[in-house]
Design a protein around this ligand. Structure first.
Ligand SMILES: *Cc1c(COP(=O)(O)O)cnc(C)c1O
Length: 390
């Protein structure tokens, strides 16, 4: 921050308060509900469940914790396989390792950038033939865009493999009119500081299965048996969400629809500003789905005359935070021995997106002036390369 005022810095996806948060937080203080349970937690769970139309929601300390609980509830353990999208944040797959299970990564397809049904089908066929079907499939909705859930869920149903929907980035999105996060046996949301709404840190497990929700609450609170003394028959976790943070979440949820519209406006302004540049294309939106456009992602191809990393460097020099698209998990040193199924024999979609993709600053509080700075910087570097390249 040495050479810049902090106000000059344009962040990728900073928190955006509604202004109403302190009302709930103050209430928590006044009533002394300073605990990992309380009225805000109960209300936040109820409000999320109503918002996305599920029977139950369990508030937890992070999205990662929610994925971990989901795997634990499905009985995923040592030696089991779990399929997972490759183009995602490491948090989608780390809980597979927590359980001692083995991740198998599935490529993306070009329409949604998400799990390729073709690759999934091959992976399921092959593992069925070998008699070791996965215990679960974790499907990620990247940057707010839903995966092709109809195809994915019906494939998984055919093989009777449960689906966990990692909707950490897609709260407020929908697929064929149905809220994102509600397609699998369980879905998860994240309220990390960079997500579309935040509790500073937190997450939610959603399900229509009452039994799973009850069990999730039990496991998230140290698996305490029903006894006045502290008795435990099973290993549990300390994963419940603080009543103070749940208060922040309740206030944030009130403005979720507004935040979706604002992020979609950010996306539209990028399209308007950049669509004339050869070699820049935008992450698509699947027909019949609405993405919350958590992050605006673009692909840079040769015609742009610059590489994606040159664009990111140019933006960094202007004190603008941009990031490559997630490094696919099958390329991570952590997962170097894991199996990977490509979209097709010859095409590795996720790796290409990683090499060419950029996430642009997309906060719902990004001002038009700041966004123009981003757009002008990209225009400048792509023009310069045209001139220099002749
Ligand atoms: C943010 C994120 C998570 C993890 O959420 P935390 O609340 O940070 O633990 C999981 N999956 C994806 C795709 C994410 O973007």
């Amino acid at each position: 921050m040495s050479q810049f005022e902090s106000s000059d810095r344009i962040y990728l996806s900073p928190p955006h308060m509604s202004g109403n948060e302190m009302k709930y937080v103050t209430e928590a203080f006044q009533t002394n509900w300073i605990a990992p349970l309380g009225p805000n937690v109960d209300a936040f769970e109820k409000e999320i469940a109503e918002k996305v139309g599920v029977n139950d929601a369990v508030a937890v300390s992070s999205g990662t914790a929610a994925i971990h609980l989901a795997l634990s509830l499905l009985g995923v353990g040592k030696g089991d396989k779990v399929f997972c999208s490759t183009l995602t944040f490491v948090a989608s797959a780390n809980p597979i390792l927590y359980q001692g299970a083995e991740p198998v990564f599935i490529d993306s397809e070009p329409d949604t950038w998400n799990m390729s049904p073709k690759a999934l089908q091959r992976a399921l066929q092959e593992s069925f033939a070998k008699g070791n079907l996965p215990k679960a499939v974790i499907v990620v909705n990247l940057y707010g865009q839903s995966a092709k859930m109809d195809e994915i869920v019906s494939l998984c149903n055919m093989y009777r493999v449960p689906v966990i929907e990692d909707a950490a980035e897609s709260l407020g999105s929908s697929y064929k009119g149905i809220p994102s996060g509600t397609f699998g046996i369980m879905g998860i949301y994240s309220f990390n500081g960079n997500k579309i709404i935040t509790t500073s840190g937190g997450g939610m497990l959603v399900t229509n299965n009452k039994e799973l929700a009850v069990k999730a609450r039990f496991l998230a609170a140290q698996a305490r048996d029903n006894a006045i003394h502290y008795q435990h028959s099973q290993m549990g976790y300390n994963y419940r969400l603080s009543n103070i943070l749940a208060g922040i979440g309740r206030s944030q949820l009130e403005v979720l629809d507004k935040r979706v519209l604002e992020r979609r406006e950010v996306f539209k302004r990028y399209v308007k500003g950049l669509h004339n540049i050869d070699g820049i294309s935008f992450m698509p939106e699947l027909t019949n789905s609405i993405s919350n456009r958590w992050l605006t992602a673009v692909l840079v191809s040769e015609e742009a005359g610059v590489t994606s990393s040159q664009v990111i460097t140019a933006l960094a020099q202007e004190n603008i935070e941009a990031r490559p698209v997630w490094k696919p998990l099958h390329l991570q040193p952590l997962f170097k021995n894991c199996k990977y199924f490509r979209h097709s024999e010859t095409i590795d979609v996720a790796t290409e997106f990683f090499q060419r993709g950029i996430c642009l600053p997309s906060g719902s509080n990004l001002t038009i002036e700041d966004q123009d700075r981003v757009i002008n910087c990209i225009k400048q570097i792509t023009n310069k390369s045209l001139v220099m390249g002749g």
